[in-house]
Design a protein around this ligand. Structure first.
Ligand SMILES: Cc1cc2nc3c(=O)[nH]c(=O)nc-3n(C[C@H](O)[C@H](O)[C@H](O)COP(=O)(O)OP(=O)(O)OC[C@H]3O[C@@H](n4cnc5c(N)ncnc54)[C@H](O)[C@@H]3O)c2cc1C
Length: 386
């Protein structure tokens, strides 16, 4: 019988992290009062404000865990967790820097060349340089090893051809890291011959085409590469070693607070609207959602604590994403049902407009970052069941 391999060892926030949390709360409150932003659901996807990102950079809240040598602040991953959690809970516009700060920066710090680190990391930590993720393709989403975008060697570098899809925020990004084939598929090892190439979005041979969300918002893109030249000094890590590099980013991508807080601003808005109610049905729903939130918060924080110690957390991170992203949708649905049962408000309210947005964004919660079906397969493997 396989042993149960899941671990969520207790991880306490140190005093310094609690002080940081209070500092972020004050900042966020002041920004809302100053009218810088209105709390919004799914703000790490659709909240776009380069000015706000720059403000975070000035405060040292981007690139928090990166080396000072590259513009970072050498703070712990738990400190970063605290800042992320407060910004997401407040529905702050963090979308433009999110992917770069969360995973491209750490990946570059580990695998990038000195030139790449010096060129990009300090600007990212200042909130002046943004990255998009170039992973998915029309026939390579869950099956990422099937990427067909190809780079062929030429004098001084590589010629990139192919296309990426669902590239969040590529139209705001200065650069993207593209997962591509640099040598033909080897049937013995599908993960060999894949590399990560960095490319600037405004260069010749790169076309970014919008794909609008159901709300009409331009968030996604198709990015087409036609003989786009990538110099040798823009290859990230080893040629042919891209698979291992990309996999190492995924625990950061999957376990963070954005996997359970996308709709939290809606919950806070509901609590504001329903304050003081004696309605037992509302109390039951609120109690249920609060209990589940508390469990998820602790799971995510504990995974971050393990990541901070350099431990492998693939299975636990997949579990947080599966449970957390379902919570995001189920929170929305529970509040929708309450509105349905109790009748709509007389005037369209902030709560209702956020509810509509959350409902329309819901289908993406369990897809982005690797679908939950795929993650459950990973969890089963982690438990020794596959
Ligand atoms: C909001 C959002 C933002 C995104 N941002 C980015 C981005 O910035 N960059 C980027 O590269 N990509 C991005 N993506 C793409 C995302 O990573 C893919 O949608 C995801 O990996 C799934 O791939 P797919 O869409 O091709 O679906 P498919 O892989 O075609 O899957 C379709 C369905 O089949 C199921 N399925 C597939 N294979 C299996 C299997 N073996 N067993 C069981 N079920 C299976 C899946 O679970 C899913 O339900 C984003 C997606 C969303 C929704």
């Amino acid at each position: 019988m396989a042993s149960i391999a899941l671990r969520f060892p207790p991880s306490e926030l140190p005093e310094s992290a609690l002080r940081l949390r209070d500092e972020v709360r004050v900042f966020v409150k002041e920004e809302i009062e100053a009218g810088t932003f209105q709390p919004a659901v799914d703000s790490w996807l659709s909240g776009i404000s380069p000015e706000f990102s720059r403000k975070l950079g000035e405060r040292g809240w981007l690139g928090m865990s990166w080396s000072k040598k590259y513009g970072g602040h050498e703070r712990s991953l738990l400190d970063r967790f605290v800042v992320s959690k407060e910004l997401l809970a407040a529905g702050a516009p963090v979308g433009v820097h999110w992917a770069g700060d969360r995973q491209t920066g750490p990946m570059l710090e580990t695998h990038g060349t000195e030139h790449q680190k010096q060129k990009y990391l300090p600007a990212m930590a200042r909130g002046e340089c943004f990255f998009a993720l170039g992973l998915s393709e029309p026939d390579a989403g869950s099956d990422l090893a099937n990427v067909r975008t190809r780079a062929t060697q030429t004098e001084g570098g590589w010629l990139l051809n192919g296309s990426k899809i669902w590239s969040s925020g590529a139209h705001h990004a200065h650069a993207m890291v593209v997962l591509c084939r640099t040598s033909p598929k080897d049937d013995g090892n599908r993960h060999a011959g894949i590399s990560q190439l960095m490319i600037e979005t405004d260069q010749e041979g790169v076309t970014i085409r919008p794909i609008n969300l159901i709300t009409g918002v331009h968030h996604f893109n198709e990015v087409v590469f036609e003989d786009a030249f990538v110099p040798d000094n823009m290859v990230v890590g080893e040629v042919g070693g891209g698979w291992a590099q990309v996999v190492s980013e995924l625990a950061f991508e999957r376990s963070g607070p954005e996997r359970f807080l996308s709709t939290f601003p809606l919950f806070l808005e509901f609590l504001r609207v329903a304050k003081g109610t004696r309605d037992a049905r509302i109390q039951e729903v609120v109690g249920n959602l609060t209990a589940r939130y508390t469990a998820l918060y602790n799971m995510s924080m504990r995974v971050m604590g393990m990541l901070a110690k350099g431990e492998r957390v693939d299975t636990e991170a997949a579990l947080v994403k599966d449970v957390g992203t379902r919570y995001e949708s189920e929170l929305t649905e529970a509040l929708r049902l309450l509105v349905h049962e109790r009748g709509s408000f007389a005037e369209p309210t902030r709560f209702e407009s956020q509810l509509m947005k959350a409902l329309l964004h819901s289908p993406g919660f369990t897809l982005r970052g690797g679908t939950n079906e795929i993650l459950r397969g990973m969890i089963a493997r982690g438990l020794g069941l596959r």
